[in-house]
Design a protein. Structure first.
Length: 291
């Protein structure tokens, strides 16, 4: 189908983007990679009167380690992360996930920011950013705020962003010694959305005990989910097999999958348990190697 008519804007700076969002409110939509917005417009699920294209704004493409963070501009493409040597060396959870998002065509266009704001519970970046405890920088005309990732997702395809707000930055803590992460995704075929996905990130202290843990779940609830009780099982443990199994069971309990063509509720819940165990074991191996 052909989208409904809309006005197209391609501003040359962020202030202009913010002014347009302020003027048009709910009528306006940001165009990032277009991989979710354009299909929604073509199916007339979204009919924005104004489309504000933010491609080409260098500030939104920032991708560097500085000030104790890895800064990922919202317009950084999935393929940029998948192809980054820095990410491969220091951020294995990001690397694991980027490689299994969709196919090369979608990875070349789709962006991290677009994926997070689209708020599809089956999107891989949501759970990854929960595991990393990411923070977003959000701007509107005349103001800026920091939004912890835990406060972004309200329900399926709905975020806490106001219609006049633009995500201008995403940051995760810079990698340090004793950290490791992993992403496990069950998919029906290469390039598919997750049936179930699990993102884990852990930090081991000098004594080998877990000092920080992040676990995010993909496609098993109305939003990407944090498995907080599972994280609690790991803290202070030696990441031994029993602690990992206890965390995996708690992660499964935190999920609330629905049955569909990809599987039953019971199957998906059990896959959360299995994949959490696998992701944690790989995270621990990577954390020990980085100690
Ligand atoms: C065939 C196919 C397979 C896919 N498979 C997967 C998969 O396996 N895993 C996965 O995670 N995803 C998958 N996707 C989704 C893909 O990752 C999209 O790229 C992503 O969901 C949206 O990113 P985008 O940059 O294309 O955003 P767009 O479609 O341009 O925008 C999405 C939404 O975010 C808003 N937005 C974008 N940027 C900002 C910003 N900076 N501030 C405020 N609002 C903003 C837009 O207004 C829009 O509402 C798939 C998509 C397709 C078409």
């Amino acid at each position: 189908m052909i989208p409904a008519a809309f006005d197209y804007h391609h501003p040359s700076d962020i202030d202009e983007v913010l002014a347009l969002l302020d003027e048009h409110g709910w009528e306006a939509k940001i165009l990032a990679g277009g991989q979710s917005l354009i299909p929604a417009m073509r199916f007339r699920l979204a009919e924005p009167g104004t489309v504000v294209d933010v491609n080409g704004l260098a500030e939104l493409e920032r991708f560097e380690e500085s000030d104790g963070f890895l800064h990922i501009g919202p317009m950084v493409r999935h393929a940029t992360i998948a192809g980054s040597e820095l990410v491969r060396d220091r951020y294995p959870l990001l690397s694991d996930a980027a490689e299994v998002i969709a196919d090369p065509l979608v990875r070349n266009r789709g962006t991290v920011g677009g994926s997070l704001v689209h708020a599809d519970p089956a999107g891989d970046w949501g759970s990854v950013m929960l595991a990393y405890r990411a923070e977003l920088t959000v701007r509107r005309a005349g103001g800026e705020r920091t939004l912890p990732i835990d406060e972004l997702f309200l329900t399926t395809f709905v975020t806490s962003l106001e219609p006049n707000e633009l995500v201008t930055g995403i940051r995760i803590p810079a990698a340090s010694d004793g950290e490791g992460g992993a992403y496990e995704k069950l998919e029906r075929k290469v390039g598919d959305f997750a049936t179930v996905g699990v993102a884990t990130q852990i930090t081991l202290a000098d004594d080998g005990k877990v000092s920080a843990a992040g676990i995010g779940l993909t496609a098993v609830g109305a939003t990407s989910l944090r498995a907080a009780a599972a994280e609690g099982e790991l803290l202070g443990s030696g990441a031994e097999a029993a602690a990992i199994e206890a965390a995996a069971v708690k992660a499964a309990e935190a999920s609330s999958p629905t049955a569909d063509t990809r599987g039953s509720e019971e199957y998906k819940r059990d896959m959360v348990r299995v994949l959490t165990g696998r992701a944690l074991r790989r995270s621990v191996d990577r954390a020990r190697a980085a100690s």
